[in-house]
Write a protein that binds this ligand. Structure first.
Ligand code: ACO
Length: 402
């Protein structure tokens, strides 16, 4: 009989780290997080500075190329991205094959994965130019596909991109405009949308980005890799959390019921968790949550929704939780998802679209990480090992003797 533990012991260094809590899977120069300090930086720039002074297109350029663009570089980048905003007309047939009540994330996984069937020329990952073309295509087409997923589920005609609008404005236009109606986008709302995109642009080796890297490490084409990332993001412990926050706030209903739900969150026999609270890396306030809270106030003011009960409930929940020793001791603070759902709901997005918006914004992070990995000469196929806990070697027993 083979002693499996002895085999492991003899095989030299072997790390068992479920959930990769302390194992780096790669080197990366894109994003830095200091979870204890509540610090997030892209290419050395603090997220708060980017959210305040920059715009999403600049952040995309920064993530892809490592530097903020100068005026000419930015103009060219905007031109090149807008050049790719249309999707192949035949893709409409693919949309029509889905049930109208399909979850838009299910549609996103399918349609983005299918892009490799439409853009064959971008699937040659050995050519750095083609890798960048694929990246531009994904960044440019994601708002179009996301808006189409929305329009399809609500039964309205698809709206073609307008390249005279900014990235965020164009997305809002494709999502919310209807034929024969004048559609105006307030600069405050467009800015808020753009800021939400910035806040979600990248977050180093989270589950979906690691999925993109792992899929890409085998040489899979970029569209397939991003589809894998979208599938991973869909989970409620990751991108689905803002949807879960709204459901939770709905369930809590009124401020007086907060203590009851906090007690449930602390009860280890109750699976309930305070959604939008806690983070694998941040053991301090998530810096994105602060910007998100401020954006939430701006959007609600602009829409004239003063004293939105859900925002008041969320803020009160945050206040009470942050005075509770359970949350303080475990360093559980609001994360980026805690306030984003309230904003998106106020903007008119159905809950099912929340994770789609996250995927749209995270696409640049995914492609930047994918490009970094493919361009790294030391890159290897991702192949985690395991700690085998199954049966030891045994003799095969013929069927008639079992
Ligand atoms: N409510 C109550 N208790 C919590 C919460 C929470 N939201 N989050 C963590 N805890 C507790 C755990 O029960 C655990 O307690 P224990 O030490 O007594 O067993 C301790 O805090 C550590 O929690 P883990 O689950 O080990 O932490 P992990 O890093 O694995 O999980 C996660 C992080 C998944 C984000 C978790 O905090 C959670 O489920 N939060 C709610 C969902 C959420 O908001 N997800 C969005 C994450 S951000 C994003 O993806 C963009």
């Amino acid at each position: 009989v083979v002693d499996i533990r002895k085999l492991y012991a003899e095989s030299g260094m072997f790390t068992y780290d479920p959930g990769f809590t302390s194992t780096a899977s790669c080197e990366s120069g894109i994003t830095f997080i200091d979870g204890d300090a509540g610090l997030l930086m892209h290419r050395g720039y603090k997220i708060e500075d980017l959210a305040e002074h920059s715009d999403f297109m600049e952040v995309c350029y920064l993530l892809l190329y490592g530097e903020l663009p100068d005026k000419d570089q930015k103009d060219k980048f905007l031109h090149d991205i807008t050049y790719h905003t249309m999707v192949h007309e035949q893709l409409i047939q693919l949309f029509r094959g889905f049930r109208r009540d399909a979850h838009p994330m299910a549609v996103m996984v399918g349609v983005v994965g299918a892009l490799s069937a439409f853009y064959h020329d971008s699937t040659d990952i050995t050519d750095p130019h083609q890798r960048m073309v694929a990246s531009y295509r994904l960044i440019a087409k994601m708002p179009t596909i996301a808006a189409m997923a929305y329009k399809y589920t609500v039964g309205q005609p698809f709206v073609y991109p307008r390249n005279d609008l900014s990235y965020a404005e164009n997305f809002l236009h494709m999502t919310f405009s209807v034929p024969c109606e004048d559609f105006k986008i307030s600069p405050t709302i467009a800015r808020a949308m753009d800021r939400i995109f910035i806040l979600h642009a990248d977050h180093e080796q989270n589950a979906s980005t690691s999925t993109v890297r792992l899929a890409g490490s085998s040489g899979a084409n970029p569209f397939a890799c991003i589809a894998a990332g979208i599938a991973c993001l869909w989970g409620p412990a990751h991108g689905g959390a803002n949807e879960a926050v709204l459901q939770m706030l709905d369930e809590i209903g009124t401020v007086d019921r907060i203590p009851e739900f906090l007690a449930r969150a602390k009860d280890k026999n109750d699976p309930f968790r305070l959604m939008g609270f806690g983070h694998r890396v941040y053991k301090n306030y998530d810096p994105r949550a602060k910007v998100m809270q401020q954006t939430c106030h701006e959007v609600l003011d602009e829409l004239g929704v003063k004293n939105e009960p859900m925002l008041k409930l969320a803020m009160e929940l945050e206040r009470i939780a942050l005075e509770d020793p359970y949350f303080v001791d475990k360093k559980l603070f609001p994360n980026v998802d805690f306030y984003s759902g309230i904003i998106l709901k106020a903007l008119g997005f159905p809950v099912s679209m929340f994770t789609v918006l996250f995927a749209l914004a995270r696409t640049v992070g995914w492609v930047a990480q994918w490009n970094e990995m493919i361009g790294d000469p030391s890159q290897k196929i991702g192949r985690p090992r395991q700690l085998y806990t199954g049966a030891p070697r045994r003799a095969y027993v013929p069927l008639h003797k079992r």
